[in-house]
Design a protein around this ligand. Structure first.
Ligand code: ASP
Length: 332
């Protein structure tokens, strides 16, 4: 049997980072060309044929619409190409969950699309990048990986885009999966899927769920803090925010004057989603905040960064009514 052909799209990040050698701390994300990473990987003798294409060589803190648009177009072409079995995107870990979730919302789930990163630069002692990359090849070439949406491979685990979250700044075990646990355990030699594909047909999500935005509407994240007033909400409306995500306390709470200002924003047609600044846990409707009366939306399991991605996609697709926005946040 011939090897699977995998398209590798490079964006930079620590997996392509180098700088201070084996024991230094400072480095430049995206310092290494994708070709050199792929050559290194190919030398490991993996059973896959890799075609590399560099989209960017940046830290993922600088990723934005232009890179997302290029990734979306390249993935769309790869999904239509019968010669390509799957796609790997090398990516910085800071915003990997945002890119993964945006692509998950806007691409069909007919072939595996896998983001992979690293917590240690390629030239550091104990670098994790090649291990994660080899694992990603294993996932992208596995026929059983399709129908599972966009995935993130880090630390020998496969996480669904909707669930993946960076939870540590430097540990190589930096990602968590919430509310569902990992989809599978992966090593360069094996994959153990813990359940069947959850996006297998158009009727349950195999098709793209939303059109890719032609531009990104300005959606701001406002972090709540004790004693704050309503002025930051007014400032966001003043700069033309089209949507606001509250990174609230506890179950998406904020001082009363802030909630009142957010309710006024919602009444003026700016959708407002209450997420939490807490690491983990659901934000449900109508717990301490009367969402029904105030026209607000509860983020449920999505943290602020991914709530912002979903709200941008919804607004770009003309979905701004609080009930319809809530339905999208409730959905899976
Ligand atoms: N700042 C880096 C990035 O996101 C961190 C990493 O890749 O781990 O590109």
């Amino acid at each position: 049997m011939s090897s699977a052909r995998i398209l590798v799209l490079g964006t930079g990040g620590t997996i392509a980072g180098a700088g201070s050698g084996a024991t230094g701390a400072a480095y430049r994300p995206g310092g290494l060309a994708l070709d050199s990473l792929v050559a290194h990987l190919s030398a490991l003798g993996l059973d896959a044929e890799l075609a590399a294409r560099e989209i960017a060589r940046i830290g993922s803190q600088d990723i934005g619409w232009a890179e997302w648009e290029a990734l979306h177009a390249a993935c769309t072409a790869a999904l239509d190409d019968p010669g390509i079995a799957g796609v790997i995107i090398t990516h910085g870990t800071d915003t990997a969950e945002e890119t993964a979730f945006l692509l998950d919302l806007t691409l069909p789930s007919t072939k595996p699309i896998v983001l992979v990163g690293a917590m240690r630069p390629a030239d550091a002692v104990g670098a994790d990048g090649m291990r994660n990359f080899a694992n990603a090849v294993k996932v992208a070439s596995d026929p059983a990986a399709s129908g599972r949406g966009v995935m993130l491979v880090m630390g020998d685990a496969i996480l669904a885009a909707r669930d993946a979250r960076k939870a540590a700044t430097s540990s190589i075990d930096a990602f968590r999966s919430f509310p569902r646990g990992p989809l599978a355990r992966v090593t360069p030699a094996s994959i153990d899927w813990y359940g069947p594909p959850h996006r297998v047909g158009p009727e349950n999500g195999g098709a793209a769920r939303y059109a890719f935005p032609q531009e990104l509407p300005r959606v701001a994240i406002l972090t709540a803090g004790a004693g704050m007033d309503e002025k930051p909400v007014e400032a966001l409306l003043g700069i033309g925010a089209r949507g606001i995500v509250l990174a609230g306390m506890g179950q998406g709470n904020a001082p009363r004057v802030v909630i009142e200002a957010l309710a006024r924003a919602a009444a003026s047609g700016v959708p407002v989603v209450r997420a939490t600044r807490v690491d983990e846990g659901l934000v449900d409707r109508n717990v301490e905040v009367d969402d029904d009366a105030l026209g607000l939306v509860a983020a449920r399991a999505l943290g602020p960064a991914k709530a912002r991605v979903l709200l941008m996609v919804l607004i770009a697709n003309g979905v701004t009514d609080a009930g319809a926005v809530q339905a999208a946040f409730d959905g899976g």
